[in-house]
Design a protein around this ligand. Sequence first.
Ligand SMILES: Cc1cc2nc3c(=O)[nH]c(=O)nc-3n(C[C@H](O)[C@H](O)[C@H](O)COP(=O)(O)O)c2cc1C
Length: 185
Amino acid sequence: MEILDFFRKRKSIRQFTKQKVSDNFLDKIITAAELAPSAGNLQPWRFIVVKDEEMIKLITESTYQGASSTNPPQSWIKEADLLLVVCIDNQKTVEKYGEMGAATSAQDVAAAVENILLAAAGLDLGACWIAGFREAEIRPILQIPEQVQLTALIPLGHTEFDPPRRKRLPRKEILFYEKYNNNKI
Ligand SMILES: Cc1cc2nc3c(=O)[nH]c(=O)nc-3n(C[C@H](O)[C@H](O)[C@H](O)COP(=O)(O)O)c2cc1C
C-alpha cells in the first residue's frame, strides 16, 4: 500500500454494524497504542475496554454534541461494539519532568490514540476520537482513580460506511519556511 493511502484510509467513522470486534483485533489495536512514542518512555496511557451494552449506553448519555456540555448526547456512540476509554496517568512523568510532564503526557497519549485509529482503519474497523463528554459523570461509572485523567473515548466497531474525506486546510495556512507565516522557500 502506498504510504499516504494508509493515512487516508483513516476517517472518523460514526456508523457501525452489529458484528463483534474480535479479541485478536482488539489486541492488535492495543499493541499499536503501546508502540507510540512517549516522553522518557514512561507510557502514561491507560485504557479501559468497555463491552457491556448498558455501560456503553450510560457513558453515551454523558457525551454531548458540539461545543456545549449541555448539548444532547452523541447517541450514535452506543451503536459501537465497544468503547475504548483513554486515560492519562501522568504521575511518573510529572515526577520526572515537573510541570512539563503534564503537557508531554497529553502528547504521549494523543500519539497512542492516533496509533489506535490508524490500526483500526488498517483492520477495516470504524473508530472516532471523542472529546465531547462530561468527565465528572463518567469517572465514577468506571471507577477512575483521582490521579488519573480521562482524555478520550474511542467507539470501535465494524462498519460498512465510508464517508467522504473531510477537507484539509490549504497548505499555505499550515506550512512555513524558515519563519512563521513565510510561505515561500
Ligand atoms: C481531540 C479530538 C476530539 C474530537 N471529538 C469529537 C467528538 O466529540 N465527536 C465527534 O464526532 N468527533 C470528534 N472528533 C473527530 C473530528 O471531528 C474529526 O477528526 C475531524 O472532523 C476530521 O475528520 P476525519 O477524522 O474524518 O479526518 C474529535 C477529534 C479530535 C482530534
